[in-house]
Write a protein of this length. Structure first.
Length: 251
């Protein structure tokens, strides 16, 4: 049954996009999960980066119940969203050449680690250079982006490339250019973005695939439990002690 309300139309659109990524990105999700599992098994570290609203799915897999304890946020001050004034500063920083190299220079990320880079458009300088620099330094790079932007827009990076051009594995969110699912009479601009819903789901699907791949290797996935259930703190303390040298958000 379809819902004629605008809220119902948005939910239907989001469900449709989730079904598409489930059906069309299954192979890439499995590959990304396998890469995460290999990094964990080989003693590497895991990082996630996103700027602006693309930082939300990155944050969603860091230090959370049911998530991999080893996933760290590669934060670039001023780019995480609306935590700076003016908020437009974050957008400006995404276009600064050379910033990505400086961030990696001062981060704990090294060869053998894995970095997930999330950028809806994949066209701005920071995510493009972050992927290129990370790969050159020996990191495995997973890019989560909308392939449509690479087909329909121009790159803002000096290299002229997009995020997807510098990744080992690409996950396509299927989000249309403009990131707005609805239009309506009396509303001048398209509205109701679904990128956060879909991208967060893709991130969690990748983590689930990683857990599956780790079990197949005979390794217990280093997952965190909720601190709001009995035994959760003790469980998390054990995991963090065992993997403390690969967890950076607690230092």
């Amino acid at each position: 049954m379809t819902d004629s309300t605008l809220s119902g139309q948005f939910l239907d659109a989001a469900i449709g996009l989730l079904a598409r990524v489930r059906d069309e990105e299954a192979g890439n999700i499995a590959a990304a999960g396998a890469a995460v599992a290999k990094t964990v098994a080989d003693g590497g570290r895991l990082f996630a980066f996103g700027a602006g609203h693309s930082s939300l799915p990155a944050q969603d897999v860091v230090y959370r119940a049911g998530g991999l304890a080893l996933m760290n946020l590669l934060a670039v001050p001023g780019t995480l969203g609306v935590d700076v004034m003016p908020a437009t500063l974050g957008s400006a920083l995404e276009r600064v050449t050379g910033l990505a190299a400086s961030v990696l220079d001062t981060s704990p990320a090294n060869a053998g680690d894995l970095l997930v880079i999330i950028s809806l458009s994949g066209r701005n300088t920071l995510p493009v250079e972050m992927a290129r620099e990370a790969r050159a330094r020996g990191l495995t790079v997973v890019g989560l982006t909308s392939v449509a932007y690479a087909r329909e827009t121009a790159s803002r990076a000096a290299s002229g490339g997009f995020l997807l051009d510098h990744c080992d594995i690409v996950l396509d969110s299927k989000i249309a250019v403009g990131d707005a699912e609805l239009t309506a009479d009396g509303v001048e601009a398209p509205f109701a973005p679904a990128s956060t819903v879909v991208t967060s789901a893709l991130m969690q699907a990748t983590m689930a695939a990683a857990a599956e791949a780790l079990v197949a290797r005979g390794i217990e996935p280093p997952l965190l439990r909720s601190g709001n259930v009995d035994g959760g703190h003790a469980w998390n303390g054990r995991v963090m002690k065992e993997y403390g040298d690969r967890i950076f958000y607690r230092r």
